[in-house]
Ligand binder design. Structure first.
Ligand code: C2O
Length: 552
């Protein structure tokens, strides 16, 4: 095994976008942060040194962290934050994983600027064709003109927006549809006839995105670092925390500008007022075989015709349906065929009366919060993993997360606003024995009917065996599950007004966060956790904590 070492210095850096210059939290002064590239099977060590007066942690999103939960990163779940002046070395192995993932800060909303690509090169040849000649990471993000900590605090204080970002970005660049951004435009040079592997990463804080490249089709070959059955598409839907590898062949004839526009904009947005703005970049053909058009058209004005419109749920649904793992009857995947436990949980936004003498900006003068099975998750002030490992009986968390909603009601009902109000604030987790074959049904409660929640599970991949609109029906729906070639990933976009069923082999001892990857919703409590107890065999046990684990 090869060891790969990296040094991450968390530091301030002045960054200018949209005519605003502000200090931004960065890793090594880069925005977005550096790419980590390793090979399948490598041991990875990243020494993170915090040089700022704010706490931080880093999460390796989608890395399984088999038995190394100490290196997972979510603050107060697997570690206490790295304080200013401190260092912590994340040590883990990349075992049986290959493809594109991301890393990001997992403290407050620091992901706004602390994020980057995590690339794992496979040991075996790629199972898809055509072969590609170059690869291009394309990371979507958001830019705020203000300090993100202030934005977050205001959002918590007033219980709602407006907190929409000032721009979406491609590799940190907003593109020319935003003010002062002509020079801050992502341009990828391509050569006619060559094929490119686009490593698409959605690191945006609060929005699922559509993406398209004018005139070009793309072949989806991988999601969340798992190969898929390839299919051709004109556009892509991608939720925060998700990654998608696409093959794009530069086989079009450009006009005299030599450019084709690429664009990303929200599918549904979690913020008020709704933000329908668009980030664009360009593919720029190197060769000269261009159609002569006089005068040359301005390439800035027209978006790709194939970019889906906001709220195009039909496209989102069709796209999700096409995602299939490589498995076949002959080469089955290891989706649990039978389960030990099914947990049905709502994922819900709720409203709370505004405290007296305060103005709330949620909805109808109230404030937002969020919950799963009526439990609004509160981050404790110590590391749950540490308490669990030391068998500390503590009041800071409990393992009695309810396995079904507290009361049954119709999630497609006319007025979800008035329902689901009996919410408790606390830190409840689900505890399962090692090796449990677990099914979790994530039921959206149609709040305002515009939400779609990308739910991320730490420490495990899962199989999406079913999804549908309306209420999950435990008697009928499991009969239509896909147990043959369900997509395997780490973040599922639960359909708006519907449900998704995921199956997990709980084979990684530790404490694992499960949460909505819309940062705003996690802050409001749309999260839970699950504890996988160590097994009998030493190989089924969590490793001891590293010595430099930050103290609480
Ligand atoms: Cu990418 Cu818990 O997050």
């Amino acid at each position: 095994r090869t060891s790969q070492r990296f040094q991450f210095n968390v530091e301030w850096k002045n960054v200018s976008r949209l005519c605003h210059t502000k200090p931004v939290l960065t890793v090594n002064g880069e925005f977005p942060g550096p790419t980590i590239a390793v090979h399948e099977g490598d041991n990875v060590e990243v020494k993170v040194t915090n040089n700022v007066a704010r706490n931080t942690t880093i999460h390796w999103h989608g890395i399984r962290q088999l038995r190394t939960g100490w290196a997972d990163g979510p603050a107060y779940i697997t570690q206490c934050p790295i304080r200013g002046g401190q260092s912590y070395t994340y040590k883990f192995s990349v075992i049986e994983q290959r493809g594109t993932l991301l890393w990001h800060a997992h403290f407050s909303w620091q992901r706004a600027s602390i994020y980057g690509a995590f690339i794992i090169y496979p040991r075996m040849p790629y199972p898809f064709s055509p072969p590609f000649q170059a690869e291009v990471p394309i990371i979507f993000g958001e830019w705020w003109n203000g300090d993100i900590e202030v934005v977050e605090n205001e959002m918590m204080r007033y219980g709602g927006g407006p907190n929409s970002s000032d721009a979406y970005t491609i590799n940190g660049l907003p593109g020319p549809l935003y003010p002062c951004s002509n020079k801050d435009t992502f341009i990828q040079t391509v050569e006619h006839g060559k094929t490119y592997l686009l490593r698409i990463i959605n690191a945006a804080l609060n929005n699922e995105l559509f993406f398209a490249v004018a005139n070009h089709t793309m072949i989806v070959v991988e999601i969340d670092a798992v190969y898929t059955k390839p299919f051709t598409t004109t556009s892509l839907m991608i939720a925060p925390g998700q990654t998608t590898n696409l093959l794009l062949t530069a086989n079009q004839v450009p006009d005299s500008s030599g450019m084709f526009v690429m664009a990303a904009r929200p599918y549904l947005t979690s913020v008020f007022p709704f933000d329908n703005s668009t980030t664009i970049g360009f593919l720029k053909y190197k060769d000269t075989r261009t159609k002569k058009i006089e005068p040359p058209p301005t390439p800035y004005t027209s978006l790709p015709y194939n970019l889906p419109k906001m709220e195009d749920t039909a496209f989102a649904t069709q796209f999700e349906k096409k995602l299939r793992s490589l498995a076949s009857a002959q080469y089955p995947c290891n989706v649990p065929k039978n389960i030990d436990k099914r947990v049905i949980t709502t994922i819900s936004l709720n409203l709370q009366d505004c405290p007296v003498n305060q103005t709330c900006k949620g909805y109808a003068g109230k404030r937002f919060f969020a919950s799963m099975n009526n439990q609004s998750f509160v981050h404790p002030s110590m590391s749950i993993l540490q308490c669990h490992y030391r068998n500390l009986t503590t009041s800071s968390y409990s393992s009695n997360f309810p396995e079904k909603p507290l009361s049954a009601f119709d999630y497609t009902g006319v007025n979800p606003l008035t329902q689901n109000m009996n919410t408790e604030f606390g830190t409840k987790l689900l505890e399962v024995p090692y090796g449990t074959k677990l099914e979790i049904v994530l039921q959206d409660t149609s709040f305002l009917n515009v939400e779609n929640h990308p739910i991320h599970v730490h420490g495990h991949n899962f199989f999406i065996v079913g999804r549908g609109f309306g209420n999950f029906d435990a008697a009928k729906d499991p009969k239509h599950y896909n147990l043959l070639d369900p997509p395997e990933r780490n973040t599922v976009a639960v359909p708006t007004g519907g449900w998704a069923a995921i199956r997990i082999n709980a084979d990684n001892p530790g404490v694992w966060f499960i949460h909505c990857h819309l940062e705003e919703h996690t802050s409001w409590g749309l999260a839970m956790g699950f504890i996988v107890k160590s097994g009998r065999d030493p190989s089924q046990c969590l490793l001891p904590p590293p010595e430099d684990l930050p103290p609480c």
